[in-house]
Design a protein around this ligand. Structure first.
Ligand code: C5P
Length: 346
């Protein structure tokens, strides 16, 4: 008789997001804000390894600012699933961080979504991305998006997510300002100047128009930016300089992501992105370059990870096999052909 096969460990890429546009329509009864936002996943990602064990949950992470207790959203995701599905089994979660912490790039939420997907599979719960949505919503407003990925519209608290038929493909530069900003504090500031309204202006136009390529982007903005810079006034000068370099370098869009503090530029042309990256580094900024990840690429990454056989040594590696293309300045990338900024229909 063959010995029973060992429980598998899974390695999942937890991609970062940027908000290509974000509008705040008003304050809600539940203390949150009614949003219209355009989410976009990018290749920059954490690595999340989930490994089943007999009982108990534990999380470890290589980043000193990430908590190991229930303050860790990835651990809370595992607990939620355990309770929801009445699972007696436990798991170990190991996170290798690359997404800046507290940067408005959704790193913690993405890690949590990866844990939901991984343990749903390993524990044999079988809810899948649609069945996991209610759990994701309880964990945080950004978590449901990471069960979808690609280019998607976020409504309500940002947690009602619809993938868009038009998927954005391009190159992004992410400038890490290394200065976490509290999302709750930024939203509280928004309230002081908020005029409630029924509908969005620009995101509706973007989603419903036939605009293609570069022409589609200049109408988008981030309505959290002013409040974020009031909350962190020390960033205002740097943000002004970064925006100038990105726009002069050919960015179709240059915005703060979410409530900050990461700032991004979106480019059609990979060489232009590279040029702007060099200019930003020369000006003293820390810059990551990453392509966008579309809905189909995101789904393929999930299914590759969930199909993967027990990966030996998983959790000891510092780089994922899935997408290693995001890079800091100085690392020459594999010489892939520039794809340009396209909006594809899916
Ligand atoms: O859901 P999450 O924990 O990520 O949200 C962090 C904080 O951001 C919330 O506590 C709330 O203050 C604020 N927020 C909001 N409206 C949203 C999303 C977040 O006011 N739509």
């Amino acid at each position: 008789m063959r010995p029973p096969s060992k429980p598998r460990a899974l390695l999942l890429p937890a991609y970062a997001k940027i908000n290509l546009g974000l509008e705040v329509l008003g304050a809600r009864q539940d203390g949150y804000h009614e949003l219209r936002t355009l989410f976009q996943t990018i290749e920059l990602h954490d690595d999340v390894v989930v490994r089943p064990r007999a009982r108990g949950l534990a999380v470890r992470c290589d980043h000193p600012d990430v908590p190991r207790d229930e303050g860790n959203l990835a651990l809370r995701a595992a607990l939620e699933l355990q309770r929801y599905a009445g699972v007696g089994k436990g798991a170990e979660i190991a996170i290798t961080k690359r997404i800046p912490v507290g940067g408005g790039l959704g790193g913690g939420s993405s890690d949590a979504a990866a844990v939901l997907m991984g343990l749903d599979h390993l524990w044999g719960v079988g809810l899948g991305p649609a069945g996991l949505q209610p759990l994701a919503r309880r964990l945080g407003a950004d978590v449901p998006f990471f069960l979808v990925g690609g280019t998607a519209l976020g409504l309500a608290r940002g947690d009602e997510v619809y993938p868009l038929r038009r998927q954005v493909r391009g190159h992004t530069l992410i400038v890490d300002l290394g200065r976490p900003v509290s999302t709750a504090a930024v939203f509280a500031r928004v309230d002081r100047s908020l005029t409630p309204r029924e509908n969005s202006h620009t995101i509706f136009r973007f989603v419903s128009s036939d605009l293609e390529g570069l022409r589609a982007f200049p109408i988008l903005s981030n309505e959290l930016e002013r409040a974020a810079l009031e909350e962190a006034p020390d960033l205002a000068d740097r943000v002004g300089r970064i925006r100038g370099i990105l726009i002069r370098g050919g960015a179709a869009l240059a915005l703060l992501s979410g409530s900050g503090s990461s700032f991004f530029g979106l480019f059609e042309d990979g060489r232009q992105a590279q040029g702007a990256q060099s200019a930003l580094v020369a000006a003293g900024f820390i810059v990551l370059r990453a392509r966008t990840v579309s809905l189909d690429q995101y789904r393929r990454a999930w299914s590759r990870s969930l199909r993967a056989r027990r990966a030996r040594g998983v959790g000891n590696q510092s780089r994922s096999r899935h997408h290693g293309d995001h890079r800091r300045q100085g690392h020459s990338g594999r010489g892939r052909k520039a794809e340009g900024l396209r909006i594809d229909r899916v």
